[in-house]
Ligand binder design. Structure first.
Ligand code: NAP
Length: 484
């Protein structure tokens, strides 16, 4: 952590009600590239979580009463500070999460973009007037912040998954309590330090770091003072958190797992398809929810695509994300490597062929960038989220066949396809049962676009003009007795 220029960004305590809280025990934060312990962070629990909820409740009245312009100004300060410290924030992120520095700095810009976007959207929370059924009435709709928001976020985007939620919540006038993933608390705490410097009032943005996921999760999903719960993580955990939220009927939004198909049709620009597959598959070592999970290639271009794709994947530089030239880092943990190795080994046993990689890499947290061919859509690798740097290639013959295979999953987050025929583009785009579709494009996330899934990939949308809806309540005002 000595590499960080502004050492005040390296925090070891939860941030509650505008102050830093120490606890009796510590969590060790490890660099996944080296196994080195890079920080010890106070391990908060249920009591601290309750304090944070109380602080957010107390802060709500004044924060929600601020004008949209006042909130926007403070959020804009926060955005400016994130961008001014992009290098330090990126380094902290790489050290605790593993992704290459350039990608980590990209995540900081991506996360900060939500603060900028929603600081502007805060001013556009429009209401409505509706023609009334009788002359003596008027119907008016206003939108109001929902209240205290609680969030639980994963380790794969330690900055952006928090920023994407907090920016919309704060812009709407809500206050916020987040519990970041145990493996990556430092990015969240650095964000809190900058929120404070930006002038975000005490209690509006709180970060509780603690390894009691279940206990803290129970408070955040069941506390009566929390109006909305938002989660990014696996579908399995998301399902149980939804049921916990039922006890107090919270508004819920879920960004869960994916199983993205990436389809290459015969008429595709193959070089563009290879470039798209590279970014959608190998970014963050394959550990993103929108990562390509299954590559479907039409028989006429199978050999050509596979050859070019193998060449591109071979050129990846695996290593420690802080080192110059590294384009793919470690996975988050040895157990994540073991899960990926099992999916690959099971596929080989079922008839898949390894054309590249297929083994653990240079350290216990590394797995070689891998390509498998002769995969079928019924192998476990095709219906599980791989969450690692492995590309299974599945051949297909026609459009109907590939659409049926692409949709044969309980997930529905992102899908990608490459084609040129305009009729096919519309048919396939409309036929894919996914919340987001990249058409001749492998990188689809940005603050202006609505991010989210269908089926068991979740509900609600983050970013875009739709992103505020999850943090607002609609109130209908009926004015009567207007006759003379
Ligand atoms: P995970 O196991 O579900 O963990 C996510 C978060 O939930 C972590 O903070 C974790 O805490 C916490 N958690 C785990 N069990 C809990 C419980 N019983 N109660 C309360 N909190 C609990 O997911 P992951 O493996 O870390 O993350 C990868 C998953 O996230 C993938 O499925 C990926 O697709 C999904 N994801 C989705 C999106 C999206 O926008 N749709 C974006 C990114 C990731 P600990 O850190 O202490 O375990």
């Amino acid at each position: 952590m000595q590499q960080i220029k502004d050492q005040q960004l390296v925090k070891n305590f939860s941030y509650i009600n505008g102050s830093w809280h120490s606890s009796a025990s510590n969590i060790e934060v490890t660099n996944p590239a080296t196994g080195e312990i890079i920080a010890k962070v106070s391990n908060a629990g249920i009591e601290e979580t309750q304090l944070a909820v109380q602080a957010a409740k107390n802060a709500f009245k004044a924060w929600s009463a601020k004008s949209a312009n006042e909130r926007a100004k403070l959020m804009r300060n926060w955005f400016d500070l994130m961008m001014a410290h992009q290098d330090d924030l990126g380094r902290i992120l790489t050290l605790e999460q593993g992704k290459p520095l350039a990608e980590a700095k990209g995540e900081i810009a991506y996360g900060a973009a939500f603060l900028e976007w929603f600081s502007e959207e805060a001013k556009r929370v429009y209401g409505d007037t509706i023609p009334a059924p009788s002359q003596d009435k008027r119907i008016v709709v206003i939108k109001q912040p929902i209240g205290v928001v609680a969030a639980i976020t994963p380790w794969n985007f330690p900055n952006a998954m928090i920023a994407r939620k907090a920016a919309a919540a704060l812009a709407a006038g809500c206050t916020f309590v987040v519990r970041p993933a145990t493996q990556t608390p430092l990015s969240a705490l650095a964000m809190a330090e900058l929120a404070e410097r930006a002038g975000i009032p005490a209690g509006v943005f709180n970060v509780v770091v603690g390894d009691d996921a279940r206990g803290i999760g129970e408070v955040l999903t069941q506390h009566p003072d929390i109006a909305k719960f938002t989660f990014t993580g696996s579908t399995a955990v998301g399902k149980s958190l939804i049921s916990q939220c039922a006890t107090t009927v919270k508004k819920v939004s879920m960004e869960l797992g994916g199983n993205a198909p990436f389809i290459v049709f015969d008429d595709a620009d193959i070089d563009a398809a290879v470039a798209g597959a590279m970014v959608s598959k190998y970014r963050n070592a394959g550990q993103t929810c929108v990562c390509t999970n299954r590559i479907f290639v039409q028989s006429g271009v199978l050999a050509k695509f596979t050859e070019k794709f193998v060449t591109a994947v071979k050129a990846l530089q695996v290593g420690n994300g802080v080192d110059e030239g590294v384009t793919i880092g470690p996975m988050i943990s040895a157990s994540a490597v073991a899960d990926v190795a099992k999916l690959v080994d099971d596929s080989i046993a079922a008839g898949a062929k390894v054309v590249l990689g297929g083994k653990q890499g240079q350290g216990e947290n590394f797995y070689q960038p891998t390509i498998l061919t002769d995969v079928t859509n019924t192998m476990p690798i095709a219906f599980n989220e791989i969450f690692g740097p492995v590309s299974p290639i599945i051949a297909f013959d026609n459009e109907d066949e590939v659409l049926a295979m692409a949709n044969a999953t309980e997930f529905g987050l992102a899908a990608y396809f490459y084609a040129r025929d305009i009729g096919r583009i519309w048919r396939v785009a409309e036929g894919l049962e996914y919340g987001m579709v990249g058409i001749n494009e492998g990188l689809i996330s940005n603050a202006a676009a609505p991010f989210g899934g269908v089926k068991q990939s979740g509900n609600g949308r983050e970013g875009s003009k739709y992103g505020l809806d999850d943090y607002l309540e609609i109130k209908y005002l009926c004015m009567g007795g207007l006759d003379k």
